[in-house]
Design a protein around this ligand. Structure first.
Ligand SMILES: Nc1ncnc2c1ncn2[C@@H]1O[C@H](COP(=O)(O)OP(=O)(O)O)[C@@H](O)[C@H]1O
Ligand SMILES: O=C(O)C1=C[C@@H](OP(=O)(O)O)[C@@H](O)[C@H](O)C1
Ligand SMILES: [Mg+2]
Length: 185
């Protein structure tokens, strides 16, 4: 990627943080560190921060404390990210559900990684045990129900990046280009 585009983007965004949102398995956690390296930003995976603070896995939290407790901790952790400038944050797919969280997200640039459902489902089949909301009979049905209830919220992002078969580096570059083009125009 052209260095000048990265430099110009950096200059324009002036250390504003970037929040990656999107459905489970859209690639938020995997893309975040690559994007951080491109922009020379710091990086946090919100789910990892939650697990470190709770001293248990997300799965354990859902099982032992319930989703409500998880969502409360998720909001508290999200609020902590405001204190750190120049940060890429990979959020969990449900971050958009609480209106309160939008006050935090809006302080940064919000990017929706909109990965084609077929591809997300393929990825999820390989890693389903770590997705407590998708435990059930029909993965595609569950995924769809959740997506339908959230898609209007995801679409409130500042930028939507559509992903099909692009590798992580390509997705990160598309995000930088997307921000650059949106701000330049
Ligand atoms: N662009 C990509 N190309 C191929 N595999 C990817 C890509 N992005 C993510 N993955 C893989 O898909 C799975 C889910 O990605 P992850 O980043 O954990 O998604 P999320 O954080 O949005 O739930 C992981 O196994 C990851 O390695
Ligand atoms: O969509 C959701 O509500 C969730 C997504 C997960 O993160 P990923 O989107 O990184 O899988 C994790 O926060 C939790 O299992 C709930
Ligand atoms: Mg993740």
């Amino acid at each position: 990627m052209e260095k000048s585009i990265i430099e110009k983007t950096n200059k324009i965004i002036q250390g504003r943080s970037i929040y990656l949102i999107g459905m489970m398995a859209s690639g938020k956690s995997k893309t975040g560190p690559v994007l951080a390296e491109l922009l020379r930003y710091k990086y946090i995976d919100l789910d990892k921060l939650i697990e470190n603070i709770a001293k248990k896995t997300i799965n354990e939290m859902f099982q032992e404390d319930g989703e409500k407790a998880f969502r409360e901790l998720e909001t508290n952790c999200l609020k902590e990210t405001i204190k750190i400038p120049s940060l890429i944050v990979s959020t969990g797919g449900g971050i958009i559900s609480k209106p309160e969280n939008w006050g935090v997200l809006r302080q940064g640039i919000i990017i929706w990684i909109d990965t084609k459902q077929e591809i997300a489902l393929e990825r999820l089949k390989k890693d389903i045990e770590n997705r407590p909301l998708l435990q059930g009979e029909d993965l595609s049905d569950l995924y769809n129900q959740i997506f339908q209830s959230r898609k209007n919220l995801y679409s409130q992002a500042d930028l939507r990046v559509e992903v099909n078969n692009e590798d992580v580096e390509e997705v990160a570059k598309q995000i930088v280009y997307g921000i650059y083009k949106k701000i330049i125009n």
